[in-house]
Design a protein around this ligand. Structure first.
Ligand SMILES: *Cc1c(COP(=O)(O)O)cnc(C)c1O
Length: 676
């Protein structure tokens, strides 16, 4: 659908002759009868041109862009060929730092729009980058991000001679680690009597870089397209770039077939799934996910409630890469590792002050499971062995392992497993907490702990609790000497507008269960935080068997801990919680409109979490799913909970995107419910 044909030409550095090579390719392809579109999206070192008419402003002129246009024989307007032209001869973002002029914020969307309108007019596109891949374009994006956005494979231009191998391999590695596809390499500026290095470089690059060299161009005094083109393997290159859309289509079909014949998806009726074309996500940036067809979607549920700062956030991606270069995994059983230690300290700094120990695992379910086992075992070995039961709430969700399902309360998911589960006290989460109080009064001597989702029960349909409710639960736990387990797997890490939901009511749980957002939505990790009192209850001589006998192969995984640390740094560095407040107010305002819809029964919201409950259609009617299907066609990805449409975008969503998300959801609900 959006499969562009062409190349993004980048260099191993500045001044390697990208423009000469691009112009030569444009001329060569044009001679083959193709209509070639060229772009030099960002040009620096531009000169002020003459006034064309009195009264019209003078324009900055990019020599390079003009050269490309001539080579391609293009008549495209300069504002499309070169939408950003700057006078200072440095990277645009750096020029802004020079502050003499403000170049304004460079927007990738604007370049992309120009690109698309040119791509629609031509057989293929040649886009010349600026400098190398890591040249900053604005605060957040580099040339590599632009290349990814345009979805073109790279042609890397390097300088023939000494140092080529190093520079070229660095560029190739950097490109691939940023998810870019490399079409090949061209080496430019070979001397007339090639040195040993110049003669061997192409072979070495081909071998170590795992890519093809599409030409070795000699150094010439006037590098016109005519002089250069004969040294380029234009036929081979053209064949490769023209066959790419078809190659991608073949791959897409194969993936679709394999998905349906090999995978088993979670919480999915596979009989339905097999009938439909799967959406296969391939890349992401910010709140946007891109599938293998090139379709883009706003990730309206943060990839199932995990993503916070957007996809492919440069800082998070870098944290993963850097840690991967050191150590991907080693065990916490009998050894420790650097990120696991540092993260524990950081987590305790931001958690309620009574918590002092961190136990890692890898999912929300295990974080809860661990809290249950710790609470249980604590009483077994600390003088209250009768305390074996847990109090939990109707409509609670704490995960899918047998222990966490045992304290869950969603009939639809959990009924079939009934015989496998241990029994506790399931009480309604009523406003008065009447049953809860009664249960505690009558049974507190048998109760180990109370498990709760603070502020909002997520998976049962975003059911909110009235103010003061959580505080009352805490007070009653204290009165009866019970542990309070706060499952903040969904509500933690800023979702409700504070770092942790417990902060709203200054609640200090004995166990805090964290997962989902802990790594900013990048890698699986979970943590169960607890108090010194609980921790001390497990100390003793080895033979006392007070050890906590629990651990997973990947407990404290260094990669996950490293990226979790960076997630916490991002909260501080980008002042995420402060930036969130106006967005929450806007979200609230936008959501208020939904009450106008006849088939909307309730709208519930906390921070950037919301549930829009539709009329009680029979669940078999799958109205929620149909609304989400409608939204998919509108470029939004959601996952409903029965008749509740869940909106839970990444915290990094912009006000503009909040409006888009709410407007389209409103229209989709209106459309789908009009006919039922
Ligand atoms: C998602 C969730 C869990 C389970 O987490 P997983 O990582 O999916 O195992 C537990 N509790 C709450 C409140 C959740 O939202």
């Amino acid at each position: 659908m959006h499969e562009p044909v062409g190349l993004f030409i980048t260099g191993t550095g500045t001044g390697v002759g990208k423009t000469a090579i691009t112009a030569a390719l444009a001329a060569a392809f044009r001679r083959k009868g193709l209509s070639v579109g060229v772009m030099k999206p960002v040009a620096t070192g531009c000169k002020m041109g003459a006034r064309i008419n009195p009264g019209t402003p003078r324009q900055l002129i990019s020599e390079d862009a003009a050269r490309l246009r001539r080579a391609a024989g293009s008549e495209d307007p300069m504002d499309l060929v070169c939408p950003y032209r700057f006078e200072p001869p440095v990277a645009p973002w750096v020029a802004g730092m020079g502050a003499r002029i403000n170049p304004g914020t460079l927007r990738l969307d604007r370049i992309e729009q120009a690109f698309q309108s040119l791509a629609a007019r031509h057989d293929l596109m040649l886009v010349e980058g600026i400098g190398g891949l890591l040249v900053p374009l604005n605060e957040r994006h580099t040339v590599a991000d632009l290349a990814r956005r345009l979805n073109l494979p790279l042609l890397v231009v390097g300088r023939a001679g000494l140092g080529t191998i190093n520079h070229t391999l660095l560029t190739l590695e950097s490109a691939r680690s940023r998810g870019l596809e490399v079409a090949g390499v061209v080496l430019n500026g070979r001397s007339s009597r090639p040195s040993l290095a110049e003669r061997t470089n192409p072979r070495v690059i081909q071998k170590l870089g795992g890519t093809q060299v599409f030409g070795i161009v000699p150094r010439v005094s006037s590098p016109t397209p005519e002089r250069i083109a004969p040294y380029l393997k234009t036929n081979a290159l053209l064949k490769q770039i023209r066959s790419r859309p078809e190659r991608r289509q073949v791959r897409r079909r194969r993936l679709s077939r394999l998905d349906r014949s090999r995978l088993w998806h979670p919480f999915t009726q596979m009989a339905d799934w097999e009938k439909e074309e799967p959406l296969v996500a391939e890349s992401g940036e910010g709140v946007t996910l891109t599938d293998t067809r090139g379709n883009r979607y706003l990730d309206g549920v943060s990839s199932l409630w995990v993503n916070l700062h957007g996809h492919n956030h440069p800082a998070l991606t870098r944290a993963v890469r850097e840690q991967a270069g050191k150590l991907a995994h080693s065990t916490l059983l009998g050894a420790s590792n650097v990120p696991a230690i540092e993260l524990a300290d950081e987590l305790l700094r931001i958690a309620p002050k009574n918590l002092s120990r961190v136990f890692y695992s890898d999912s929300g379910s295990t974080a809860v499971e661990i809290a249950l086992k710790m609470a249980f075992q604590y009483w077994q070995q600390n003088g209250a062995p009768r305390r074996k039961k847990f109090v939990h709430f109707v409509n609670a969700y704490h995960g899918d392992t047998i222990g966490s399902v045992s304290v869950g309360g969603i009939e639809l998911f959990h009924k079939v497993y009934g015989p496998l589960l241990f029994k506790g006290f399931k009480v309604p989460a009523e406003e008065s907490l009447k049953t809860f109080k009664k249960t505690l009064k009558a049974h507190h001597r048998e109760i180990a702990a109370v498990v709760v989702e603070p502020l909002m029960q997520g998976a049962s349909g975003m059911i909110t609790q009235p103010p003061g409710w959580l505080k009352t639960v805490e007070r009653l736990c204290r009165r009866h000497g019970l542990f309070l387990i706060a499952d903040e797997v969904a509500v933690g890490f800023g979702r409700t507008g504070k770092m942790f939901a417990c902060e709203w009511e200054k609640v200090q749980p004995d166990f805090l269960c964290l997962a989902k957002g802990i790594t900013g939505g990048t890698l699986p990790l979970a943590a169960t935080l607890t108090t010194e009192k609980v921790y001390r209850g497990f100390l003793g001589p080895y033979k006392s068997l007070r050890t906590f006998f629990h651990g997973h192969s990947y407990t404290g995984n260094p990669l996950a801990c490293a990226v979790a640390l960076e997630n916490l740094r991002l909260f501080r560095r980008e002042k995420v919680l402060a930036a969130l407040q106006p967005k929450i107010r806007l979200f609230q305002k936008e959501l208020a409109r939904f009450r106008e819809l006849r088939h909307v029964r309730d709208v519930r919201q906390k921070g950037l979490m919301a549930g829009i409950e539709l009329a009680p259609y029979a669940w078999e009617d799958r109205i929620g799913i149909r609304v989400c299907q409608e939204l998919r066609a509108r470029g939004i990805l959601l996952r409903p909970l029965g008749n509740v449409i869940v909106l839970m975008p990444p915290l990094s969503i912009t006000p503009e995107q909040i409006r888009f998300l709410c407007r389209e959801t409103f229209e989709a609900i209106k459309k789908v419910t009009a006919n039922v």
